[in-house]
Ligand binder design. Structure first.
Ligand code: FAD
Ligand code: SIN
Length: 545
């Protein structure tokens, strides 16, 4: 089996696939490591669409203004402008790769609207935009002989010069840099060692850290945890976007009801049937997500209800079926008649605005490590992402990263050296493994209860204490037992939960998605929060290497 590649991509969502195709087209040997089937990703479930300026009545500067407004003073304005400017060209490339965006009857592209956008500018494929993009990109990947896709392979840890040095091993590099990757092959259950000078983390978000989330099970923050353990700076982790409208089901599933439904005129109502959003913001139901999610939270707390309603009756079931077939089918499966009944909705953890700090070419502070997509923080989203800007950011940065990596490889060449094999714990399955399930549940509930839409110092401190206890317990398993993906995911979830809390405690103000009752005001000159292994504030967190 080949274990040496010019470039290894971790993750097969929009970011990883877009980058891999470009690198292969540039003649590089590429491996994609992905922990489930290759289509399984947040990307695959994206509904609303991808935001970009494609209409003559729109303007990139208006898209910039909307993004800055939603980001609540924390976006990096120059980055916003550069990323959004590249948007239309990247959309055209998706079309060339076969993404058939929905059209109006007259042949013009159908543009949706979502919260915070002053114009209709969301390209979509009905309500299955992510699936259509995923299929097109996977088609391009599978056709390219230069790309090896390794499904059911779980990336565990980056191998860096610094880590080898700390283990007293010979290091084939002077400066700290990426040398390879340890990967658990879930079929053979063995950990494999891969050699490469470039790793692109495209592992997506962290939704699974919360009890209620729109994210699929893959969203466990693995890339952020890996980068953090390799000493790379992680920023703005407190900015968790709660999507206002996930379908409320008592069992805990949270199927997304796209914001585009409100874009077409759906109305949020409380349990008394009152449309409440205009009482919170003049933009009403289409205010940015942080505002809508807080308003729903407040309505639910005030009435003691478990959900609010989304009213689409005036739009008609026939329209809903035509424009939002997947959502309509889901509602029907839950016995909601969209002509006569309303949809029960609640906020759920949806998107991470922070992540591994990168430049606009995806590079990080570690030589050879790149990150792209939801795992990364480029400065585009600030304190609150504008709807449908994430798919766009992923394709734009993937393209820029591919150019940067081609130059990096031209200057540095490919790594070919042998690396030390993984050393596993010697204990196998234990009856006590049920503890892992309990710990995962406890972690997710802790974040939901104490690090949610409205925060206080006391709640954050309480979460910090619990997370540290969980971290100590999981550490014992990690070092003593043979690893499996359940253990690895839990370890990563605990790690990123700790980073969310540390960033939340650092931010002594309320801004965007971080709303604290202890600090209701905004700082005049806000900065990004940051966490890095070895920070004094994290001194009693566990360090792994
Ligand atoms: P993902 O698509 O999540 O892919 C991550 C990949 O990494 C997966 O293949 C996963 O298996 C793999 N992976 C993770 N860890 C490991 C590991 N340790 N080893 C190996 N592989 C690993 N955004 C929009 O802009 N517009 C929308 O309409 C929209 N709708 C959304 C609807 C839903 C329900 C959700 C959940 C999100 C939505 N978003 C939307 C957000 C957007 O989908 C994501 O931010 C985006 O798809 C992330 O892409 P990505 O490539 O970074 O990560
Ligand atoms: C949605 O369709 O509401 C999700 C859009 C997004 O998360 O950007």
């Amino acid at each position: 089996m080949d274990t040496r590649y010019d470039v290894i991509v971790v993750g097969s969502g929009i970011a990883g696939l877009s980058f891999a195709v470009k690198m292969a087209e540039a003649g590089k040997r590429v491996a994609i490591i992905t922990k489930k089937n290759s289509a399984e990703s947040n990307t695959n479930y994206a509904q609303g669409g991808i935001a970009a300026v494609t209409s003559k009545t729109d303007d990139v500067e208006m898209h910039v203004a909307d993004t800055l407004e939603a980001g609540d003073g924390l976006c990096h304005e120059a980055s916003v402008r550069e990323i959004l400017r590249d948007g239309p060209e990247c959309i055209e490339e998706l079309v060339q790769r076969g993404v058939a965006f929905s059209q109006l009857e007259d042949g013009r592209v159908s543009l949706g609207k979502e919260g915070g956008h002053s114009k209709r500018r969301i390209l979509h494929v009905q309500d299955v935009t992510g699936k259509a993009i995923e299929e097109a990109l996977l088609g391009a990947v599978n056709e390219h002989p230069g790309i090896t896709v390794l499904e059911h392979h779980f990336a565990i840890e980056l191998i860096t010069a610094e880590k080898l040095r700390q283990r007293g091993l010979d290091v084939p590099a002077e400066k700290n840099c990426v040398l390879g990757l340890y990967v658990l092959n879930n079929r053979s259950e063995e950990v494999e060692t891969y050699t490469t000078g470039v790793v692109l983390l495209a592992t997506g978000g962290i939704g699974q850290v919360y009890q209620y989330t729109t994210n699929p099970p893959i969203a466990t923050g693995d890339g952020i945890a890996m980068a953090y353990r390799a000493g790379v700076e992680v920023v703005n982790m407190e900015f968790i976007q709660f999507h206002p409208t996930a379908f409320y089901s008592p069992g805990g599933d949270r199927f997304l009801i796209s914001e585009a439904v409100r874009g077409e005129g759906a109305i949020l109502r409380n349990l008394r049937g009152e449309a409440f959003m205009s009482g919170y913001d003049e933009r009403g139901d289409l205010a940015p997500r942080d505002i809508v999610a807080r308003a729903i939270d407040s309505e639910m707390k005030r009435s003691g209800s478990r959900h609010v309603w989304l009213d689409v009756r005036h739009l008609s079931a026939a329209f809903m079926q035509e424009r939002f077939p997947t959502i309509s089918q889901y509602c029907t499966s839950q016995e909601i008649d969209l002509d006569t009944g309303m949809i029960p909705v609640v906020p759920a953890a949806h998107y991470l605005c922070g992540g591994v700090k990168t430049e606009l070419d995806g590079s990080t502070s570690l030589s050879g490590l790149y990150a792209c997509g939801e795992v990364a923080c480029t400065g585009l989203h600030g304190a609150n992402r504008l709807a449908s800007n994430s798919l766009l950011e992923a394709v734009v940065i993937a393209k820029r990263a591919s150019l940067a990596v081609a130059s990096f490889l031209a200057a540095r060449g490919t790594r070919e050296e042998d690396l030390p094999p993984w050393v596993d714990g010697d204990l196998r399955d234990s009856d006590e493994r049920v503890v892992l399930t309990h710990n995962r549940d406890e972690l997710r509930q802790t974040l939901w209860d104490y690090v949610s839409i409205v925060r206080t110092n006391k709640r954050l401190q309480r979460a910090r204490t619990r997370i540290r206890n969980l971290q100590r317990e999981i550490d014992e398993y990690y070092w003593n037992f043979k690893v499996d993906s359940g253990l690895l995911e839990l370890r990563n979830l605990i790690e990123v939960a700790g980073l969310v809390v540390e960033c939340a405690l650092q931010r002594e103000e309320s801004r965007g998605l971080h709303y604290s009752l202890d600090y209701p005001k905004k700082e005049e000159a806000p900065t990004d929060t940051a966490v890095q292994l070895g920070d004094p504030c994290l001194a009693d967190s566990l360090s792994y290497e």
